[in-house]
Design a protein around this ligand. Structure first.
Ligand code: UT7
Length: 319
């Protein structure tokens, strides 16, 4: 058995901050941000929490799939910015959607989290432990940022995306995942929230990143792991209809496409609108592709994520 996607959903907060808005806060400008990242704006949570956004994305996935929430066995939420350490966001999603028979738990692998949660769900389904799994990526990055640091605050946004996987007969799913803990210092975040830090005036508590280090890592490791999965599947790059990559920076995606020698139109992007929503980028993009009628049965989709840890993961499945 494999997990087939039977519904997708996403949610972003209505409040939009464009590059000009940011230029009023830090020394930056629209031209620099667009040129170096491809980002035009980001949606920023005001009162919306991570688990609220996850719940809204989940409700939309349920309504698109037509399944009864009571059928869901498991809810996995990939997040590194939940408003509570516990209860986990997945249990709050369970309450919101009424998935009374599900077990829920969160996974944290930063921006790679959704792809790893998707792989975890596939493993539960293929082992026969679950039949219907809700997989969500949700993050409120705006709570983690130092809004005086132009090197990081321009990059991120808030949002959530969800997919429902249902056990079915089908083509096998192929996956790979790696970590390099030695490179942990390249991207760090202490586990507390902005409002506490503001009181303490402690800048060390915000997200810290070696931008160029992460950039080089991503450009090397994303093509490598895609090739690794293809080798396992005994398939070629030409067999893949879409490469759905973590949306961190347009230049990273373009560099990966170039290294792989695959036309850029096979790499859909939406970071102009949402920026980097961490674990939410891949499922938000999948939802937009599904609702935009870009996807049809039998297409081969490659997911690939990368981020703090450092971690990177990929998954190849049939739509
Ligand atoms: O999910 C994973 C999360 N992380 C990532 O994906 C990050 C990956 N890295 C990146 O996307 C890029 O490294 C950045 C977008 C963060 C930075 O782009 P870059 O091309 O590596 O720029 P840089 O850090 O080398 O900075 C170039 C110049 C510097 O000025 P000088 O020293 O050349 O005078 C920076 O001070 O640009 C300056 N700069 C800015 N200027 C205007 C840095 N940030 C800004 C800014 N606005 N926001």
């Amino acid at each position: 058995m494999v997990g087939k996607i039977c519904g997708t959903g996403s949610y972003v907060p209505p409040h939009v901050m464009d590059n000009d808005d940011l230029a009023r806060i830090v020394d930056t400008n629209d031209e620099w941000i667009r040129e170096r990242t491809g980002i035009g704006k980001r949606h920023i949570a005001e009162d919306e929490t991570t688990s609220y956004m996850a719940g809204q994305a989940a409700l939309r996935a349920v309504s698109q799939s037509g399944i009864d929430p009571e059928e869901i066995d498991m809810i996995l939420v990939a997040t590194s910015s939940s408003e509570t350490v516990f209860p986990c966001a997945a249990c709050e999603v369970q309450r919101i959607i009424g998935a009374v028979h599900a077990v829920g738990y969160d996974l944290n692998a930063a921006c790679t989290g959704f792809v790893l949660a998707f792989n975890t769900a596939q493993a539960y389904i293929s082992a026969g432990f679950c039949k219907t799994v809700m997989v969500i990526g949700a993050d409120s990055m705006s709570n983690l940022l130092d809004w005086t640091d132009r090197g990081t605050c321009i990059l991120f946004g808030d949002g959530a995306g969800a997919v429902i996987l249902k056990a079915a007969e089908g083509e096998p799913v192929y996956m790979a995942a790696h970590s390099d803990g030695k490179k942990g210092p390249a991207l760090t975040q202490l586990s507390r929230h902005r409002k506490d830090w503001e009181n303490e005036q402690n800048k060390e508590s915000y997200l810290h990143m070696d931008g160029q280090g992460v950039f080089k890592f991503a450009v090397r490791k994303v093509p490598e792991i895609i090739e690794e999965v293809l080798e396992e599947a005994e398939m070629n790059l030409e067999d893949i209809d879409y490469f759905v990559l973590h949306q961190a920076n347009k230049r990273i995606i373009e560099a990966a496409a170039k290294r792989l020698k695959v036309p850029i139109d096979k790499f859909p992007m939406n970071l102009e609108e949402y920026a980097n929503t961490s674990a939410a980028t891949v499922p938000i993009l999948l939802d937009e592709m599904a609702r935009g009628n870009m996807l049809c049965e039998g297409q081969k989709i490659m997911l690939a994520g990368f981020g703090a840890g450092l971690t990177w993961a990929a998954c190849l499945f049939e739509w």
